[in-house]
Each structure stands twice: as C-alpha cells, then as structure tokens.
Design a protein around this ligand. Structure first.
Ligand code: TYD
Length: 337
C-alpha cells in the first residue's frame, strides 16, 4: 500500500509514520509536511534513509503539489495529521487554524475525490465535542459537536467537511477522534513537555486556573495503533473515538512530574486561566473496541515516566526547538498571566 501521511514530522504524525513502516514493512510512506514551527525532521531521523520512505516539504493547502504527489506515488490512502493543534495559540490568532485545518483538509478531500483515492483518514480530536461536567458520562460518537476554542472549531469544521465529502461524493473517509496524547517528541507548548522542561530548568510551572481541569490521557503509540486499525477496518463515513479511560486532573500529572524529577512543589505557579477553558474531556471508545478490535496497551504511570525520562535524555532536541519563534509565543502567552 502507498500512503500519503500529512504532518508526518509532527508529534503524532511521526509516531504514526514509524508505526506504519514497522508494522507494514512492504508499504511505502510519503510524508508531506510543511515544517512549520512544530514539525521537526529530527523526529524521524531513525527512518529517514529507508528506501520505502520519502519526505516532501510542502503544505496540504497546495493543491497542485498534493495532486501530483498522489498521482506520481500512486497513493492508495491519505492519513491527515497536518494541523495547527495548540488551543492557546488559536486564542492568540485563529487564522492559521482556519487556513490549514479547514482549507488544507478541503484540498486533500478534493484530491481524494478527483483521483478516487480508495481510503482517507482524518485525524481529529475529542475537543470537537466541547466540555463535559464532572458527572457526564464519557462522550461517544453520537454526541453533538460543541467546540469552544478556535482550534476545536477548526477541527470540527474539517470533520464536517469530511462527512459532507463522504455523503455527497462518496469519498471513502473515516474520522478518528482522540483524547490528549503524550509521549516523546511532543512540542513543548503542551502540558506535559512544557512542565517537564520548565522543571528541568528550575522555572515556574504555569498552572491555569485552579489546576483541577480533567483530561483523558493516552500514550501516543496506542493512538497510532487505533488510527492504523481505522485505516484498515474502519467503515467509510464512520467516526471512531480513541480514549484510554484514563482521566487525570492536571495537578496530579504536574505533581507526578515534579516528584519524578525530584523537584520541589514550590515550582508550581498558579496563573491566569485560559479563556473558554474546557473543564473536562473524556471519550467512550466502545465503538473502536468492538468494531476495530482496538484497546490501549500502555500503563499510564509507566509510559508517563518513560516520557519524562525521554525529555531528560533529549535536551538537545528540545533546546533546538525552543528558540526564536517559540520564545516569542511563550513571552506573548505567559508574559500576561
Ligand atoms: P494542553 O496540553 O494545551 O492540551 P488541551 O488544552 O488541548 O487539552 O493542556 C492540557 C491541560 O493543561 C489543559 O487543561 C490546560 C492545562 N495547561 C496548564 O495548566 N498550563 C499550561 O502551561 C498548559 C500548556 C496547559
């Protein structure tokens, strides 16, 4: 099978490219990535020289490029990871989110339709469902979309476009929605890597609001396994939720990070809350378990500690990405909190 993976130099995308090439060594993977601030060639250094892997720098908004790649590489499936993904950045400026997440998805769908590509997977997020209260049951795929951040709204819009292309033009697309991922190579704007790196640098750990927000955490490789099953077995037009039923309060994770690194709790600093901050996300993944035979394999604390340890051992990786543009964002966002 020849796959076009978009956003394959990002956090989840790079784990998926490696997963696919490891578990389907006869496949070819073409990785189209624009290498914006969060895409990093170093994430795939170990597989870059494989003959069945090709990296192409470019945007999913570039119709001519996407179409020529799909033709010349005889692409059988598109797996779309390419997206701006950070809620706080979307609060500062929503336009790149609309352009890439909605516009780029539309471009991919148009190419999939024109070339009759046999498979399309849209990698989405639990954030499209909006927030749960403490007493709500975990969200299943039938829940209405109620995105609250510009990021979540852009992903919800893209999901709806995928649905429309399936219903209207028969594009054989599936949508996957996952809870919060963690693991190596996550860009240090997200909770876990940001807290680990600040702790390693003895800098304050900025906790939004009361720190009692709840996320359902999944190890990135478990998510990749789900996407791969959705690609192989998902029914066109369907949505599959992936969550590890592992709900944690932010403060619990932050304290665990400090304890693992032998750093004092006094590094915790309560800062001004994120506007529109969703209190709780949690997914019901019964459908993926029943239809795809999926289940998460990684134990939370073991995988969290392995992740923290990865950052301890890869200082050069994160120092290289936390320069210029990153610092500008960090100062703009945390400076006012
Ligand atoms: P994040 O990793 O940005 O993921 P998302 O908002 O998409 O779930 O944030 C996870 C949680 O951690 C969320 O409740 C916001 C909180 N958070 C902080 O308290 N401080 C921070 O510096 C960051 C980045 C997040």
């Amino acid at each position: 099978m020849n796959l076009l993976v978009t956003g394959g130099c990002g956090f989840i995308g790079s784990h998926y490219v490696r997963y696919r090439l490891t578990h389907h060594p006869g496949d070819r993977v073409v990785n189209l990535d624009a290498l914006t601030y969060s895409g990093n060639l170093a994430n795939l250094e170990d597989i870059a020289d494989r003959p069945n892997y090709r990296f192409v720098r470019g945007s999913i908004c570039d119709r001519a490029l996407v179409e020529s790649l799909c033709r010349s590489e005889r692409i059988d499936a598109i797996v779309n990871f390419a997206a701006h993904t950070h809620v706080d950045r979307s609060i500062l400026d929503a336009s790149p989110f609309v352009e890439t997440n909605i516009g780029g998805t539309l471009t991919l769908l148009d190419v999939a339709r024109a070339l009759q590509i046999p498979r399309y997977v849209q990698v989405s997020t639990d954030e499209v469902y909006g927030a749960l209260t403490a007493d709500d049951p975990p969200t299943d795929e039938r829940a209405p979309l109620a995105p609250n951040s510009p990021y979540a709204a852009s992903k919800a819009a893209a999901d709806l476009m995928v649905r429309a292309y399936h219903v209207t033009y028969g594009v054989p697309a599936v949508v996957t929605r996952c809870t919060n991922n963690y693991g190596p190579c996550q860009f240090p704007e997200k909770l876990i890597p940001l807290m680990v790196i600040n702790a390693l640098n003895d800098k304050p750990l900025p906790v939004y609001g009361d720190g009692r927000y709840v996320r359902d955490w999944i190890y990135v490789v478990d998510h990749c396994e789900g996407i791969d099953l959705a690609l192989q077995k998902g029914r066109p037009g369907e949505i599959y939720n992936f969550g590890a039923s592992n709900e944690r309060v932010n403060l619990e994770i932050i304290e665990r990070i400090l304890d693992y690194l032998n750093k004092p709790r006094s590094l915790i600093q309560y800062v001004k809350d994120r506007p529109g901050h969703d209190r709780r996300y949690a997914l019901n993944s019964g459908k993926a378990r029943a239809e795809l035979g999926w289940s998460p394999r990684h134990d939370f604390y073991a995988a969290l500690e392995a992740t923290i340890q990865w950052y301890v051992e890869h200082r050069a990786w994160w120092e290289a990405v936390m320069t210029g543009e990153y610092q500008k964002y960090y100062d703009a966002w945390y400076g006012g909190r």
